[in-house]
Write a protein that binds this ligand. Sequence first.
Ligand SMILES: [Ca+2]
Ligand SMILES: [Ca+2]
Length: 364
Amino acid sequence: MEKRSQSVFMPALLTTLLVSLILSSGIESGSDNLEILINSPETAYVRQKIYFDIIVEAGGKTVEKAVLTITNPLGFSISCELKLVDGGLAYAEDTYSYVKVRTECVPDEYGYGYVVKYIFHVEWKTPKTPETYTIGMTVDADGDVFTESETIELLPWPVVKSFTVSPNPFSPNGDGIKDTTKIRATFNVVVNWELQVRTMAGVVKRTWKGTGNFSIVWDGKDKDGTILADGAYNLRLNGSDLYGTPFRTKWKTVTIDTTPPTITGVTDSPDPFNPKIGQTTTISYTLSEKCTVTIKIVNPSGKIVRTLKKTQLAGANSMIWDGKTGGGVIVSDGTYTYRIYVVDMAGNKAAPYPATGTVTVKST
Ligand SMILES: [Ca+2]
Ligand SMILES: [Ca+2]
């Protein structure tokens, strides 16, 4: 009774001092023995299943409650509280089953049965948002609440967003037409890449290396400066993000074509023809390869009255002229010259350029 009355009449300052002494000593002893170690990786990829351990040194105390939280600044939040089963910790899952936790208790080395460590094996199926996530663990051990957190950066998997080569085919022959081709690629993240030109048999002829999106003008030369022979080549693009994770290797075929096309067997029929009664004439020829064919029809005084244009495949081809101008008017009687300009897909021109023939329009 006397003691109690003493404390009641103790000066307020002394009471505050005593209370703060007790509190600080409590916290200090706690921080000596209670420790949380989160062994999560610093980075992981979206939609990846990752594993890490959280080790709780409870200083001989019993962990009564442990809560694992995973959050990001965008508002993503998972909270996973471990359930007590028969006085021991059981595994836990978050509501959406993205996190699974299994607990392992390590007894002390002297075999007295004290739990010295709680090891939480965490399995996390990461979300699809690339963001920095904070993993937090709060533990209540016999009333001592302590907490720890670590961050983990979720990365998008590196992918090639686009990979193009144009023009394709091209013709590195110095004539100023399609002499080079542009090879371009874009990626979703910064990557270190390597681009190779390979023969179909796999022999590497040229290599470029770099970081990030690229646009390369290729002159058709190998690493020694020699222009490669006509034919198809493979472009191989591989590499990895700045953490070393590779993207899926991409392939593309590019063709070098410096061989001019040929046009043979140029004929027209019927000749003469009468457009006034609805007759047309067919100009026929044979191409050595796929080409863009332009036929210009020239009147007796040298003026172009009609242009016909098509991209046509190798082999026998033709175009029909209905005897009309570009404006749809039937031309006057006379002998017309048709000029056939043949260019392959790499810009090489057939010789002669143009090939020519004549056809007569006769309405009487
Ligand atoms: Ca060329
Ligand atoms: Ca050609």
